[in-house]
Design a protein around this ligand. Sequence first.
Ligand code: 5GP
Ligand code: MG
Ligand code: MG
Length: 175
Amino acid sequence: MLKIKDKEFIPFLTEEEIKRRVQDLGRQISKDYQGKNPLVLGVLNGVFMFFSDLMKETDISLEVSFVKVASYESTGSTGKVNDLIGLVEDIAGRHIIIIEDIVDTGLSMSHLLKLVSSKSPKSIAIVSLLLKPEALEQPIEVDYVGFEIPNKFVVGYGLDYDGEGRNLKEIYQLK
Ligand code: 5GP
Ligand code: MG
Ligand code: MG
């Protein structure tokens, strides 16, 4: 049992289970992107631990960069505006691999996909360590999924509860 602030969590995925799955994903991505020199885009903050471990399991030429998506209300008639922060590379004509920690409703990924697609990459693939199929509200296709999980809040291995828990090497589920 784990307590963070007011919530109790139970063990869900062990360090070993995560490690084995991350190895599989790294091998698969290496095989699929051999000779393509992809630009791998990590979506901060939650992805930091998965990203690092996954990159160590790849053995091909690739480039690494990180982005954040900022969301704010516009004063005009457009409503919500999403901004891509941190992308300095010219991605036109490049193979892009987006790495996320979790796809829940898919709304964040759907915004990110729009922003990345508008810069004319050659291809875009999505990798997510976790996917909650029951929570998905957007028609997002995740190309590489670590684990399909139930629609329950999880924490650890990069994922936070109210800012805490990102440093845990296992993943816990809300009790
Ligand atoms: P979306 O609903 O747009 O797919 O996910 C939005 C964001 O909510 C994710 O990037 C992640 O930061 C957060 N999120 C969704 N589900 C969980 C969860 O189970 N645990 C944690 N810690 N964050 C989550
Ligand atoms: Mg994330
Ligand atoms: Mg969070």
